[in-house]
Write a protein that binds this ligand. Structure first.
Ligand SMILES: [Zn+2]
Length: 438
């Protein structure tokens, strides 16, 4: 039995996720905070060209705050906030702001209303800088700590009483990748009806780490499933040169899209407070038709697009409050109502599971919740719970050729990883973990 060695990476990831302040880690190496401070010091030394050391203020994101509100909270005026926002928009993918996230703003000691520095840590290894020169121009700089990359292969078997998420976590797949991996697998396997104990799955991740300890990110290169009810199925990651291409996704060997075909969840936690159909309206008290499903959610909870598509409405009405409508490739639309914040604009292309706004209580709403509705191509509403798939076009022509090339590369990595020494084995989970460095 070599269970112990297998559980090391699992425990290790648990540490990273639960708290980086665990004493066990601090004893072995500098804490993430100390490492971070070290990078900060190096960066500070880059700021020589600013004649006077700026006075740094921490702009902390409050729940439901956007970038401008956050910057203004440390005394930055609208004009400078806009300058920073616009310079950032050209260079950095800020994504959705999280409460508690910190930006540093440096003010000129001679004129404390004038910002000369903006600093944003994307993660422990990547720092973004805006510096204002004497000509009042903002320049962008990025400082990156070298990160290490490895290909990791997770082989597992579905256990009695276990669900997919637990199985993926138990074999050591990093917590922040579990949802992504499950998303890929769920497009091919209906886990409620077709998964069976003993079914085998194989996941190849490209993992990026900072100093081998801190998980930065990763992608699912390959997901394979072999079950008694589900025949052998495989999904491969396809990437185009443009990182924002909507074709970047998982496909079968024949070029059939996977990740975009299944409907994703609009919230992390799903609790339906009111279903679709006829009901007594909570405000008017009269019997009315409920065009969607209401999910419970605190104000500020991120709302995700259920599938890839184009935003056809991002606006406000007295009835819907802040609302967003996304048109999908099969001409159906998903609608998200009563938002506190809208994070996407008309005409914008979004991916499935992309954050598009925040749960709110705007419009005719009796409390914070998300109203999700699906409009069919003929204009009528349907029960969102019955909408499972959105047909996506297949990759064809040059794109299909490019996919085949990428599949060759992935299979090659898969073979090499497969041939490596196991780093962890669990007899009880019938699982192995192997990895190689590129
Ligand atoms: Zn509703």
């Amino acid at each position: 039995m070599r269970v112990e060695s297998f559980f090391l990476p699992v425990l290790f990831f648990a540490f990273l996720i639960s708290s980086c302040k665990q004493e066990e880690i601090v004893e072995k190496q500098p804490s993430p905070e100390a490492q971070f401070a070290e990078i900060q010091r190096k960066i500070d030394s880059l700021q020589n060209f600013i004649s006077n050391r700026p006075i740094l203020k921490a702009a902390i994101v409050e729940p439901n705050f956007g970038l401008f509100q956050t910057l203004q909270s440390v005394g930055l005026d609208l004009k400078q906030s806009l300058q920073i926002g616009n310079t950032l928009a050209d260079t950095v993918e800020l994504g959705a702001l999280k409460a508690g996230q910190v930006f540093w703003v440096g003010f000129d000691p001679k004129d404390t209303s004038r910002a000369v520095l903006f600093r944003y840590a994307e993660n422990l290894a990547t720092l973004h800088f805006l510096m204002r020169d004497s000509a009042d121009e903002w320049t962008y700089k990025i400082v990156e700590k070298p990160a290490s990359v490895r290909y990791a292969l997770y082989d597992g078997v579905l256990q009695e009483g276990g669900n997919l998420y637990n199985a993926l976590r138990d074999i050591g797949i990093p917590q922040n990748m579990v949802g992504v991996v499950a998303g890929v697998l769920e497009c091919k396997v209906n886990f409620r009806t077709d998964a069976r104990v003993g079914d085998k799955f194989k996941i190849l991740l490209k993992e990026t780490r900072f100093q081998d300890t801190i998980w930065i990110g990763g992608s699912v290169l390959y997901a394979g499933y072999n079950g008694s009810r589900v025949k052998h199925s495989e999904a491969f990651l396809y990437l185009e040169a443009d990182p924002k291409s909507s074709y970047n996704a998982h496909y079968t060997e024949d070029g059939e899209a996977l990740i975009h075909s299944g409907l994703r969840y609009p919230l992390d936690r799903l609790h339906i407070t009111s279903g679709y159909g006829s009901r007594i309206h909570p405000i008017t008290g009269s019997r009315a038709f409920h065009s969607g499903v209401d999910y419970r959610g605190a104000v500020g909870t991120p709302v995700y697009a259920v599938a890839e598509g184009v935003v056809v409405q991002s606006s406000f009405s007295n009835e819907n409050g802040n609302f967003i409508a996304i048109k999908h490739s099969d001409n159906s639309q998903s609608w998200y109502l009563h938002l506190s914040q809208r994070g996407v604009s008309n005409g914008q292309r979004v991916k499935g599971r992309q954050t598009i706004g925040k749960v709110g209580n705007t419009g005719r709403s009796s409390g914070p919740h998300l109203h999700l509705a699906i409009k069919q191509p003929n204009g009528s509403w349907m029960n969102p719970l019955l909408k499972k798939m959105i047909a996506t076009p297949k990759l064809e022509g040059a794109k299909l050729m490019a996919l085949k090339e990428q599949i060759k590369t992935i299979r090659d990595i898969l073979d090499k990883t497969e041939a490596a020494e196991p780093r962890g084995i669990s007899d009880s989970l019938q699982a192995t973990v192997k990895w190689i460095e590129p």
